[in-house]
Design a protein around this ligand. Structure first.
Ligand SMILES: C[S@@+](CC[C@H](N)C(=O)[O-])C[C@H]1O[C@@H](n2cnc3c(N)ncnc32)[C@H](O)[C@@H]1O
Length: 484
């Protein structure tokens, strides 16, 4: 076995017609369950229109709440059903494949979505089995029709005969025979992603298992108190807020915490930002520098999270920040993130590979390049199924060009930070090694001492953060100084 069974993407035809009901059995209207109908609609949008769950779900939830038949608990359940089903899709597809008598690609996508939703309730939640089956069959009656609801019923009853561990024993190949396939099925990641994460993480089974498990957890919401504009103490006064683990500016909100309800966030003095991203900005700002420290550049700034923190840190030092972003609409987001920054800054829409600025005109430069995002799988439940290994080839030339552009932008003695939210070695060390072949007049700065108190940053001089070790996205950073 090499890969989990894949779903076909877009099919409009219906499944098998159902047998006519037994004569004499009275017809009962299906019961409409708004939570499961909404979850199904969201899954269809993700599957059929390549939508992002985190963009599709909020408007659906808002509409449902406005219509009055949805409360906060319904919204939480719908969110859990959508995110859990998408994250665990690889595992559930393997279980479903063992319970149907044909390849999954021959099962209609809407039917598969209902089955996966049912499998998640049965294997991934505390919903009692009978309730999970009956609620999902009722959903199938509403959205698929009575005929296909019988098929759904039969499959879910088979799934309900065992729990998750029992199923994994049956459908995952033994670890000793094929470790990567085993982990792919057990932890619901594509096999190539398991390989890539393991290559970068190194070590034995325990570490990679912890990492893959962490990818399946919902990340906490973390706020950043932008220095000079808000204090972490102010954010800590929020209900159920806790200090960040590593960044002095970070505050974690307990589950259900609403960033939009925090006054400092509404006033742009604070923002939502993963602690890994905060650490990248902090390490770049702390890197030792010879000579002046007056002009900073963020060369890939959209949507502006790191730029806003860098802008605030630059302001404390009296430095100017130029935040540059190729996409004009994303440059607009950067402008919004920096609005009210206490120090001098400018936001421009510019291509970092053909920049409008003079070479050597900055003291500190960040390039947080476009990448596969394999370090942020916790946030985008569907992303792991969308990404393909070929995507790496698409990003590779741009990542190299943007790093070259950054090295040209910095003056001799200045520092460049190359960052990705992917730990894939092809996007991290391979890019840096390739580009630096043409820049012998550079030194790598050991970034680890710049983040005192943060353990397990790797063997240096670059740093790699991990969800299971740091509770952050798997951000990567290397710091490069131009020496001549
Ligand atoms: C990983 S994101 C940066 C995230 C950002 N640093 C933050 O913390 O919010 C990469 C950004 O680079 C931008 N980008 C892509 N190609 C670019 C180019 N040639 N020049 C400048 N920016 C580019 C993308 O539009 C995207 O907004």
């Amino acid at each position: 076995m090499s890969e989990q069974p894949r779903r076909p993407r877009k099919t409009a035809s219906t499944g098998r017609p159902g047998k006519p009901g037994r004569p004499g059995k009275p017809y009962r209207r299906p019961q409409k369950d708004p939570v499961r109908i909404l979850a199904f609609e969201a899954l269809r949008a993700v599957d059929e229109r390549d939508a992002y769950a985190n963009l599709v779900l909020p408007p659906l939830l808002r509409k449902a709440r406005e219509s009055g038949d949805f409360d906060a608990r319904d919204a939480a359940l719908a969110t859990e059903l959508v995110y859990g089903t998408l994250r665990r899709q690889g595992t559930y597809d393997a279980v479903i494949a063992a319970c149907v008598d044909r390849p999954l690609r021959e099962v209609d996508p809407p039917v598969l979505d209902v089955l996966a939703l049912g499998a998640h309730q049965l294997l991934g939640t505390r919903i009692p089995s009978h309730a999970a089956v009956s609620a999902t069959v009722e959903l199938a009656r509403v959205v698929l029709g009575d005929g296909r609801a019988k098929f759904v019923n039969a499959v879910l009853r088979k799934i309900a005969r065992d729990d998750l561990d029992g199923w994994l024993e049956k459908v995952a190949p033994p670890y000793d025979e094929d470790p990567e396939d085993h982990l792919a099925v057990v932890h619901s990641h594509p096999r190539w992603v398991v390989s890539a994460l393991w290559d970068s993480l190194g070590g034995g089974r325990a570490g990679i298992e912890e990492l893959l498990a962490a990818d399946n957890e919902r990340p906490e919401v973390t706020l950043v108190a932008r220095p000079g504009r808000a204090m972490a103490e102010e954010l800590l006064a929020e209900p159920a807020a806790a200090p960040g683990r590593w960044s002095p500016y970070a505050v974690r909100l307990a589950e259900g915490g609403e960033p939009g309800a925090v006054q400092a966030v509404r006033e742009n003095r604070a923002g939502v930002q993963d602690e890994g991203s905060q650490l990248v900005a902090l390490a770049l700002a702390a890197a030792p520098l010879d000579g002046p420290d007056r002009r900073w550049l963020d060369g890939c700034a959209g949507p502006g999270g790191k730029a806003a923190l860098l802008g605030a840190l630059a302001a404390e030092r009296g430095a100017f920040l130029l935040a540059s972003e190729k996409q004009p609409h994303r440059a607009g987001l950067v402008a919004r993130a920096l609005d009210g920054n206490p120090g001098p800054y400018q936001v421009i829409a510019a291509d970092g590979t053909r920049p409008p600025w003079r070479p050597g005109s900055f003291d500190r430069v960040l390039v947080d390049v476009p990448c596969t995002g394999l370090g942020a799988l916790r946030r985008r439940p569907e992303a792991r199924w969308r990404r393909r290994p070929e995507d790496l080839d698409g990003f590779a030339p741009l990542q190299r060009e943007l790093l070259r552009g950054a090295l040209e932008a910095v003056r001799v003695g200045g520092v460049v930070g190359y960052a990705t939210c992917s730990p894939h070695l092809a996007e991290t060390r391979a890019v840096v090694a390739d580009v630096l072949k043409r820049y012998p007049d550079t030194d790598l700065i050991d970034a680890r001492p710049l983040l005192p108190g943060v353990p397990d940053l790797g063997d240096g001089p670059d740093i790699q953060l991990w969800p299971h070790l740091h509770g952050t996205d798997a951000m990567y950073l290397t710091l490069i100084r131009r020496t001549a």
